[in-house]
Design a protein around this ligand. Structure first.
Ligand code: UTP
Ligand code: MN
Length: 486
């Protein structure tokens, strides 16, 4: 039986408690709360010098420091050794990389063998729009975890929530661009927004990944996933028309928790929300590609019949190659500038038996100059609708004897001169847009929106007819939609 001690530096209480519990159950470890009794001192994300300093500063040891470091009866190891023992259900040999370093080694603790070798040129590009991000990637376990933290920050919406959410998404986006699965924390070196190379502080994303690598899960992520707040907000924000601020009001002020609460409480709902609640179950079933294609064809045939040569382009997740999505996004345009005007009303009228709900948003024609960079809303005439989809159209049965199921469809009407920009913006992802816009502004002094692009200083606008031309103008290698899945 080995007597071990967990150092609280960079190891929170919940984690120490968890590790203590599994250690005491192992049969070969006994956890002590007095470091002096321990034969093995276990710590996390620290070197030997930091641990001795920490223990001394917190008066956990009073001995002369050299006594501790030279103490042949004590071994100082990283928590990865402990985890390896738990996995093997036995005491595994302590390898060199498990043992804490005491000497300030060359280049701040990076052993020569771990120094990056020739991979300097393989360094990942900083902006997601400069690299390929496929739909399927190797690190979903990690990106899912990071995106839960992103979503949670978005739900909380407190003062620095936006920055917090963004940092998780940036970390996740980097992992999606890797060509291999991360199996060791060392592989995170130099990965943008994951490895904080220029600071001694170990990044939050990295900590999450490290914990998953070592234990199969991350305490913080599981804490969020199981929290009442997250679970309720996920339900509330899953209602069409409900965003985080409404969700928070329901959760905090009205103490609502479930969909039943929303249904029974006499809570005020706007038009979108009322219909969103009514079709909650239908709208939370994914829309499948073949269903999307069917709706797109119906809209296209209708448009062409109404006005010859009208184009209907599938954008959103389906254009990126997804097999299912939460809605169908369609851009309606016409090869002759101006011929798209007035189309939306005609389409909705023609298809009125197919729509359960249509919420038309008028276009804002006179955009007062370059809009502020924060506001990413576009000004196209559009309609957020709910469509009556009949599963038998694609040879499926409708669940529970209904003859149709509700599906979300967005129709966006775009003049030809803005078509390429609108397609780029509506193809997404949301993060890809954020990145290409940030890149354009910071690196090229060009403002890019779903309407066009122009020079930040001279305000000269740069037309483009295709997405390729936009990438070109920005000095970016063209990425097809299925490589923008960040
Ligand atoms: P979606 O929210 O439909 O996302 O917006 P998606 O990628 O298609 O995902 P699923 O499959 O439906 O769940 C599609 C793109 O349109 C942009 C978003 O930024 C996203 O990139 N968008 C959405 C706008 O530009 N304006 C809007 O009002 C809504
Ligand atoms: Mn979509």
């Amino acid at each position: 039986m080995k007597t071990i001690y967990f150092v609280s530096r960079r190891m929170n209480k919940a984690r120490r408690e968890h590790l203590t519990k599994i250690a005491n159950k192992s049969g070969f470890f006994k956890v002590t709360t007095d470091v002096r009794e321990a034969s093995i001192v276990i710590s996390q994300e620290s070197n030997g010098k930091e641990i001795v300093e920490y223990l001394t500063k917190n008066k956990l040891i009073t001995d002369d420091v050299t006594m501790v470091t030279d103490d042949v009866t004590k071994q100082f190891v990283d928590v990865s050794w402990f985890i390896a023992c738990m996995k093997e259900k036995s005491l595994v040999p302590m390898e060199k990389h498990h043992k804490l370093q005491f000497k300030q080694s060359i280049e701040d603790g990076v052993s020569p063998s771990k120094k990056p070798r020739r991979d300097e040129k393989a360094r990942m590009a900083m902006y997601a729009c400069q690299r390929t991000t496929p739909l399927d990637h190797y690190n979903q376990q990690f990106t899912d975890a990071l995106e839960i933290l992103e979503e949670h920050a978005f739900y909380r919406g407190d003062s620095n929530a936006e920055a917090r959410a963004l940092s998780f998404r940036r970390g996740s986006a980097s992992l999606k661009a890797l060509h291999h699965k991360v199996t060791h924390v060392e592989q995170l070196a130099n990965i943008p927004y994951v490895d904080s190379t220029n600071s001694s502080k170990i990044g939050h994303c990295k900590k999450v990944i490290k914990e998953i690598l070592e234990e199969g899960f991350c305490d913080e992520v599981e804490g969020v996933r199981n929290s009442e707040f997250y679970k309720s907000m996920k339900i509330f924000c899953g209602i069409f028309g409900v965003g985080p601020s409404t969700g928070r009001k329901w959760f905090h002020d009205l103490k609502m928790r479930t969909l039943e609460d929303v249904r029974k409480e006499d809570v005020h709902l706007n038009k979108d929300q009322a219909v969103g609640l009514k079709y909650y179950e239908d709208l939370n079933e994914p829309l499948l590609l073949e269903e999307a294609n069917h709706i797109a064809k119906l809209v296209r045939d209708t448009c062409v019949a109404l006005r010859k040569d009208t184009t209907v382009t599938v954008v959103g997740g389906f254009r990126r190659g997804k097999a299912k999505g939460h809605d169908l996004d369609l851009i309606i345009s016409h090869p002759i500038e101006g011929r798209e005007e007035g189309l939306l009303g005609l389409i909705l009228d023609q298809l009125k038996e197919h729509f359960v709900y249509t919420e038309k948003k008028a276009s804002i024609k006179k955009v007062t100059g370059p809009s502020d960079s924060k506001n990413t809303m576009d000004h196209f005439e559009k309609c957020f609708s709910i469509f009556r989809f009949q599963p038998q159209w694609v040879g499926r049965l409708c669940p529970s004897g209904k003859s149709w199921t509700a599906k979300r469809v967005d129709l966006i009407v775009v003049p030809k001169s803005q078509f390429a920009f609108a397609v780029l913006g509506w193809t997404g992802t949301k993060h890809f847009n954020r990145e290409i816009r940030r890149y354009a502004r910071s690196e090229k002094k060009i403002v890019l929106t779903s309407h066009g692009m122009y020079d930040l200083d001279t305000k000269e606008s740069y037309p483009a007819e295709t997405e390729e031309e936009i990438f070109n103008k920005l000095g970016l290698k063209y990425l097809p939609p299925n490589k923008r899945c960040c």
